[in-house]
Design a protein around this ligand. Structure first.
Ligand SMILES: NC(=O)c1ccc[n+]([C@@H]2O[C@H](COP(=O)([O-])OP(=O)(O)OC[C@H]3O[C@@H](n4cnc5c(N)ncnc54)[C@H](OP(=O)(O)O)[C@@H]3O)[C@@H](O)[C@H]2O)c1
Length: 495
C-alpha cells in the first residue's frame, strides 16, 4: 500500500475543470493522478471533475477515459458519477455558458462549495483565449469563502516577449496568486531533495562554491524519440522543450543561495536572483558555447530506430534540434568563472537525468603508485531519474601491498532507504494547487528570466549557418559536445 508523505493535509471540496480533456496529457498524467489521489483517499467526497474539449465524448466517453486511467477500478467506480463532460470549442462563449450552468448545478446539488481549479492542458495558442473568456464569464473571480485557481501547462510563451504578453493577458482575468505555472520536474521527490541535501546538511554548503567546485554538469538524456508528437516538436526543439524549463529549474535549485524560509516567495526570490546572474553571451559567441544536434537512424536496446527527419509530422529537411549542449556561467560571488555544462537530447543511449558537482583535485598526491595519478576528481552525483539516488565518488586504497588508489562510489538510493512511496509529480502538484501551496510552481518573473537566457540562443540557432550536427540514435549525442568540454580540459561524466 502506498503511504503518502503529507497525507495530513486535506483539501476542501472543489471542482477540477480540465481544458484538454480528450488530450494526451490528460489521459497519460492528469486523470491517472486524480484516480490515484482518490484511491489514496486524498480528495474529499465533495470533489468533482469537469472535462472540456471538442470531441463528442459525452459523460460516458469521459468516464471511460477515467476508468482506463485508474489502477484501482473499484475506488473510481464509486466516484464515477462525479466526472462530467462538456463538448465545446474554447473560442466560443457558449462553452463557458454551459460550464457556468454545470458548475452551478454541481455546486448546488453536491454542496461542493464554489472552489474551482481550472487546468489548461491544451494547445498553448489557446491559453489567452481561454483565460479571457473565463474572465468574461465571471469564472475567474475569487471570493473569501472559496478559491479560484488556474494551472497552466508549459510552454509559457515562446520567448520573453510572448511570455510577457501572455502574463499581462492572464493578469486581466486572474491575479498572479491565482496562477499556478506547472513544471512537472519540480514535483519530483529528488528535485525537491536538492534543497534538502544542500540546506539541511552542514557538510555540503561550505564546499558548494567556486573555491571547491571545478565544474557542474546537468544532463537530461531521453531514450525516446518524438513519438506521435513530431508536429509539436518541430516548433519546439530541445532548447524550448527542456532547457528553458526543466533544466533551468534544476540549475537554479542547485546553484541558488539558501532561502530564508521554505516558502514559495523565498524560494522563488532565490531562483530569480540566480537566473538573473546567468551569463548571457553575445549572439556571435554562442557558436563557441553551444552545440546543437539532431538524431539520425540508429539502434536503441537492440532495436533499429528511424531518424528524426523520418518521424511522423517532421519535415524531411528539418533543422529542429533534438540535442543541445551548452557551457553556461553564473556571474556572482559564489560561481564566477566556474563552467556549468548542460546537455539534453532525445534518442540517447540511456534515459538519465543527473547533476554532477565535480570538485577540484587534491592539490598534491603523496602516493607513488601509478594509479594515483590517474585518479578521477571527487564527484557528487545527484541522479533524478530513472533511479533516484546520490553517489559520492572518492579515492580509496586497493587492498594489497602497493598504494594503489582507485575511484569508488558511496551510494544512497531513495528506493532502498525509504519505505514511503514517492508521489508521482502530477499527483503532488495537483494536490498542492488544491491546497494553495505555490512553492513548486513558477512565478511570472522566473519564467521571463529563463526566456531571457534562452532567447539569444534561439536567435543564434535561427541562423541557417549555425551548425546542426547529426548523431546516431543510441549514442550520447554528437562528438562536438565532448569537444565543447574538451576545449577547457573537461569531460562529460558517463551516464
Ligand atoms: N503530452 C505531453 O506529454 C505533455 C507534457 C508536458 C506538457 N504538455 C503540455 O500540455 C498541453 C496539452 O498537450 P497534449 O499533448 O495533451 O495536447 P493534445 O493531445 O493535442 O490535446 C489538446 C487538447 O485540447 C483540445 N482542444 C484543442 N483545441 C481546442 C478547441 N479549439 N476547442 C476545444 N478543445 C480544443 C483537444 O480536444 P479535441 O481534440 O477533442 O478537440 C484536446 O483535448 C500542452 O500545453 C503541452 O505543451 C504535454
Amino acid at each position: 500500500m502506498s503511504i503518502y508523505v503529507n497525507s495530513k493535509k486535506r483539501t476542501t471540496g472543489a471542482t477540477l475543470i480540465i481544458f484538454g480533456a480528450s488530450g494526451d496529457l490528460t489521459s497519460r498524467k492528469i486523470l491517472p493522478a486524480v484516480a490515484s489521489l482518490l484511491d489514496q483517499d486524498q480528495l474529499p467526497n465533495e470533489f468533482s471533475v469537469i472535462g472540456v474539449a471538442r470531441s463528442p465524448l459525452g459523460n460516458d466517453g469521459f468516464r471511460n477515459l477515467v476508468r482506463e486511467s485508474a489502477t484501482n477500478i473499484e475506488s473510481i467506480q464509486t466516484f464515477i458519477d462525479n466526472f462530467h463532460y462538456i463538448q465545446g470549442d474554447y473560442a466560443a462563449i457558449s462553452t463557458y455558458q454551459s460550464l457556468v450552468a454545470l458548475l452551478d448545478s454541481i455546486e448546488r446539488t453536491r454542496e461542493t462549495g464554489k472552489s474551482r481549479l481550472f487546468y489548461l492542458a491544451t494547445v498553448p495558442d489557446l491559453f489567452s483565449t481561454i483565460t479571457s473568456l473565463l474572465g468574461q464569464s465571471g469564472l475567474s473571480r475569487n471570493d473569501t469563502s472559496s478559491f479560484t485557481r488556474i494551472i497552466i501547462e508549459k510552454p509559457f510563451g515562446a520567448d520573453a516577449a510572448s511570455a510577457r504578453s501572455l502574463n499581462s493577458e492572464m493578469h486581466r482575468s486572474f491575479s498572479e496568486e491565482q496562477i499556478y505555472r506547472i513544471d512537472h520536474y519540480l514535483g519530483k521527490e529528488t528535485v525537491q531533495n536538492l534543497l534538502a541535501l544542500r540546506f539541511s546538511n552542514a557538510v555540503f554548503e561550505p564546499i558548494w562554491n567556486r573555491n571547491y567546485v571545478n565544474n557542474v554538469q546537468i544532463t537530461v538524456a531521453e531514450h525516446i524519440g518524438v513519438g506521435h508528437r513530431g508536429g509539436f516538436y518541430e516548433s519546439a526543439g530541445a532548447l524550448k522543450d527542456i532547457v528553458q524549463n526543466h533544466m533551468l529549474q534544476v540549475l537554479s535549485l542547485v546553484l541558488m543561495e539558501a532561502p530564508a524560509l521554505m516558502t514559495a516567495e523565498s524560494i522563488q526570490n532565490e531562483k530569480v536572483k540566480l537566473l538573473s546572474a546567468v551569463e548571457i553571451p553575445p549572439i556571435p559567441d554562442i557558436v563557441n558555447r553551444a552545440v546543437r544536434g539532431q538524431y539520425v537512424a540508429g539502434v536503441i536496446s537492440s532495436e533499429e530506430v528511424k531518424s528524426y527527419r523520418q518521424e511522423r509530422g517532421v519535415s524531411p529537411t528539418s533543422q529542429t534540434e533534438t540535442f543541445v549542449a551548452m557551457r553556461l556561467g553564473v556571474d556572482n560571488w559564489r560561481w564566477a568563472g566556474i563552467p556549468i555544462f548542460i546537455r539534453t537530447g532525445k534518442r540517447m543511449a540511456k534515459r538519465e537525468t543527473q547533476v554532477v558537482m565535480e570538485f577540484n583535485r587534491a592539490p598534491h598526491l603523496p602516493f607513488t603508485g601509478g594509479s594515483a595519478r590517474q585518479l578521477g576528481p571527487n564527484r557528487l552525483i545527484l541522479r533524478i531519474q530513472p533511479e533516484e539516488e546520490i553517489k559520492l565518488i572518492f579515492g580509496a586504497k586497493v587492498p594489497g601491498q602497493d598504494y594503489n588508489i582507485r575511484s569508488v562510489a558511496m551510494d544512497f538510493s531513495y528506493a532502498d532507504t525509504f519505505r514511503e512511496v514517492s508521489w508521482d509529480a502530477y499527483e503532488r502538484l495537483l494536490l498542492d494547487a488544491l491546497l494553495g501551496d505555490r512553492t513548486l510552481f513558477l512565478r511570472s518573473d522566473e519564467v521571463i528570466k529563463a526566456w531571457e537566457i534562452v532567447d539569444p540562443i534561439q536567435h543564434a540557432f535561427a541562423d541557417p549557418n549555425f551548425p546542426l550536427h547529426h548523431y546516431a540514435a543510441g549514442t550520447y549525442g554528437p562528438k562536438e559536445s565532448s569537444r565543447l568540454l574538451g576545449a577547457s580540459g573537461h569531460y562529460w561524466n558517463n551516464i
